[in-house]
Design a protein around this ligand. Structure first.
Ligand SMILES: [Zn+2]
Length: 108
């Protein structure tokens, strides 16, 4: 049986961390809006990196939130594709995964 409470705590901590980081990225990007053109040109590259980090962070947040909904529904730890229990080894590495190892392999 999957220890949902354990993974819920992990997911909630990770979610808080990501949201904080995205907040910082937003603030950094916002602070660049007020600068003049020359500075903007040199900062643009850095901003693109930040934006990429922001969008991958947002994708992870979406997955974590979906996993927390499954935890609420008592479905956490079961593969959404085949219904098998997801191994703890796998959940320890990717706690928000909705797929068991076999199904994740099939999809990649
Ligand atoms: Zn599966």
């Amino acid at each position: 049986m999957v220890d949902t409470a354990k993974y819920r705590a992990i997911l909630e901590a990770r979610l808080a961390e990501l949201q904080e980081r995205l907040q910082e990225i937003d603030e950094t990007l916002d602070s660049h809006q007020s600068r003049d053109w020359e500075e903007l040109a040199t900062e643009r590259e850095g901003d693109e990196v930040l934006e990429r980090m922001g969008s991958s962070g947002q994708a992870e947040i979406a997955k974590i939130k979906a996993a927390l909904v499954r935890a609420d529904d008592g479905e956490f730890g079961f593969c959404v594709s085949c219904g098998d229990e997801i191994s703890e080894e796998r959940l320890d590495v990717v706690p928000y995964t909705p797929f068991c190892h076999a199904c994740a392999d099939k999809r990649s």
